[in-house]
Design a binder for this molecule. Structure first.
Ligand SMILES: CC(C)(COP(=O)(O)OP(=O)(O)OC[C@H]1O[C@@H](n2cnc3c(N)ncnc32)[C@H](O)[C@@H]1OP(=O)(O)O)[C@@H](O)C(=O)NCCC(=O)NCCS
Length: 199
């Protein structure tokens, strides 16, 4: 199954009952009609959906500097690599749909970086702005704290106000900015670096 399989993408991107009534867990909402966002560890069976979500952003956005959508086996290989390091790989599930995913990976490969993790987070386009990202990232932070990590870094490609707002709302601060760090769709793009202590 290809990363951008149109049938799969149509299936998972169909708003269905989600529409704009999507709401992630919010202690203040006591409305039984509001969907609850379940964040849990990703399984092998989630990877077709994770692959489709990520592949869409690779092909259509500057949210990632990757330019060729990885296929499902590559995405599964990456998930295993995260788990093999003892780090979390999570999905957000809403009414049975996978609507987002995130994971932590070691910031850079050298051994000295082993207590610094980088987060990656992607929410289905029709579900953004409903706190799915906040719910996912908050759990990822918690899992990394429990794992004994020292700090978390976010590397934000190009202009991405929503990602900056998400990270700022969860305690990240800007620590670096690399102008013209990458190139995608014929455009030079910056890399904004944010960091959050985990202790
Ligand atoms: C970035 C992303 C993960 C955020 O997930 P989300 O579910 O939309 O985020 P939330 O609804 O939890 O909102 C997070 C914060 O962003 C703010 N926000 C929402 N929409 C915004 C917008 N258009 N502009 C600025 N801030 C915005 C919210 O107010 C919230 O801040 P608050 O907690 O202080 O109120 C999601 O939009 C996404 O997947 N984007 C494409 C991929 C991407 O850019 N990934 C990150 C790569 S570094």
């Amino acid at each position: 199954m290809g990363a951008l399989d149109p049938i799969l993408w149509k299936t998972i991107s169909s708003p269905g009952r989600l529409g704009y009534s999507v709401a992630a867990t919010n202690p203040a909402d006591g409305d039984p009609g509001v969907s609850k966002c379940l964040v849990r560890p990703a399984t092998r069976g989630d990877m077709p959906y994770v692959t489709a979500i990520y592949g869409n952003f690779v092909a259509t956005s500057t949210a990632t500097f990757e330019s060729v959508p990885p296929d499902e086996s590559e995405m599964e290989r990456r998930r295993r690599a995260v788990l093999d390091r003892g780090l979390p790989y999570l999905v957000a599930e809403l009414e049975g749909y996978i609507v987002g995913f995130c994971y932590a990976s070691q910031f850079r490969p050298r051994d000295g970086y082993r207590f610094t993790v980088e987060d990656s987070i992607y929410v289905r386009p029709d579900c953004t702005g409903h706190r799915v990202g906040s719910t996912l990232l908050a759990q990822l932070i918690l899992d990394c704290v429990l794992e004994g990590c020292h700090s978390m870094v976010a590397c934000i490609c190009g202009e991405n106000a929503r990602s900056v707002a998400l990270h700022a709302s969860l305690g990240f601060q800007q620590v670096g900015l690399l102008p013209e760090a990458g190139c995608k769709f014929g455009e030079w793009l910056r890399l904004l670096i944010m960091q959050r202590p985990l202790r």
